[in-house]
Design a protein around this ligand. Structure first.
Ligand SMILES: *Cc1c(COP(=O)(O)O)cnc(C)c1O
Length: 408
């Protein structure tokens, strides 16, 4: 069995940049400026220029970036935040930690991003903020989200942890990078993100001078002048070593994205017509940077769609192909976050996706051979499962084999 296929090949990417990265790290170590060394400011400036946003405020991780954004917007206890439940828990965690109320919005089953119809329906007097998540590397429907925000005077914080480098085209022709559209964008440099460092890191993006000052202050114990604390803040910094690594990697971000796209295009071509599977949609107005390539299982037997997905995963694992489920349980159904307001069944698309999504390996170092092996294996596995399902279905006289709702 093959054992060379991985979800993300961090080591392979490092080996290709080893000289430059090692020397960047060495310079920091020699300088001794581990906290707020010159690389932190340089990286922030370079990233701001790269994205096309006025300010980048570095911080310790993507979760802190979200928390700092909400703190800087000075929302009040009890304010409502509209947020998808189909996301990584961090997006919602910070809302609750700050005493605000998450109002869960369903997602569009084709793009996996926040459903704008449900979004509008869930606005109340108390709504103050929308946090669209650019899930898996593709922008949410920012045109409509901006219109809604404007009409109801809501703030926008774009969770761009998975979508750095994606861009959104508005109907007036204007194209803006993910994270530079809302009041804030937040991102993460967790190693497996598209721009990853060698530990934790994150940043806030904003075009507002006032919000930039506020966020910087919040991340630095609420002080502008040392030892003078104007507001209650926290301590959230990007290490100098991480900034030095990110400066090197930022030079390759365009190339990294192109490499991910190449894999995605191949997958799309090869898997587009495989029965029982749906490849991810690309929306008209956004580019996709493929932090994940996420399939949907479009086939069920009498034990349900999850049973088929388990079998696909098991069969692929046997062939040496790892897969992941992002995310197996929506946030509104998690023990820590469940409430009477959002019972089982209240977000049908979200719940359905949690049962049917399956992410397959995609990264910057993937070889043609790996790509071919993965797609051929998936085709073979699906064929076998389809035969099995139709046989067992005949036996139990279950009528519904292919669930058409998931097709597009
Ligand atoms: C990774 C991620 C975060 C959190 O980033 P960390 O750096 O791990 O704190 C937040 N939101 C989304 C959507 C993410 O994927």
């Amino acid at each position: 069995m093959r054992n060379d296929i991985v979800m993300v090949d961090l080591n392979g990417q490092y080996q290709n940049l080893k000289k430059k990265i090692d020397s960047a790290i060495d310079i920091v170590i020699q300088s001794g400026k581990f906290i707020n060394g010159p690389e932190v400011e340089l990286f922030s400036k370079e990233l701001a220029r790269w994205i096309g946003v006025k300010h980048v405020i570095p911080c310790a991780n993507g979760t802190d970036a979200l928390q700092l954004a909400i703190m800087a917007l000075q929302l009040k206890v009890g304010d409502e935040v509209l947020v998808p439940s189909f996301s990584y828990v961090a997006t919602v965690e910070v809302i609750v930690l700050l005493g605000l109320k998450p109002v869960f919005v369903d997602v569009n089953p084709h793009t996996f991003t926040i459903d704008v119809v449900d979004l509008r329906n869930k606005i109340t007097e108390k709504s103050k903020l929308i946090i669209p998540v650019h899930l898996f590397g593709q922008c949410a429907n920012m045109e409509i989200i901006c219109k809604i925000a404007q009409k109801y005077q809501l703030k926008i914080v774009e969770d761009t942890a998975q979508a750095i480098g994606a861009c959104y085209r508005f109907s007036n022709g204007e194209t803006i990078n993910a994270g530079a559209i809302g009041d804030f964008g937040t991102t993460s440099f967790f190693p497996s993100k598209n721009l990853g460092c060698f530990g934790d890191g994150g940043a806030l993006l904003t075009n507002s001078d006032d919000l930039a000052i506020m966020a910087k202050m919040m991340a630095n114990h609420g002080q502008k002048v040392k030892y003078h604390h104007d507001v209650i803040g926290c301590n959230s910094r990007l290490d100098t070593i991480q900034a030095a690594i990110l400066r090197v990697k930022l030079q390759y971000l365009r190339e990294f994205t192109a490499k991910r796209k190449r894999v995605a295009m191949y997958y799309r071509k090869e898997l587009n017509n495989v029965k029982g599977l749906a490849v991810p949609n690309v929306s008209r107005n956004s580019t996709h940077v493929y932090n994940q390539f996420t399939l949907k299982i479009d086939l069920s037997d009498r034990y349900g769609i999850q049973n088929i997905r388990d079998r696909v995963q098991t069969e692929l694992r046997k062939r040496g192909i790892p897969t992941m489920i992002y995310y197996p349980l929506p946030i509104h159904l998690q023990k820590a976050y469940c409430s009477q307001d959002f019972p089982h069944g209240s977000l049908p698309m979200t719940e359905r996706l949690s049962e049917s999504v399956l992410s397959i390996p995609i990264h910057t170092e993937m070889t043609d051979d790996e790509m071919e092996y993965i797609t051929e294996s998936i085709k073979e596995v699906m064929k076998r499962i389809l035969v099995h399902v139709s046989l067992t279905t005949k036996k139990t006289e279950c009528k519904e084999i292919i669930l058409s709702t998931n097709q597009q």
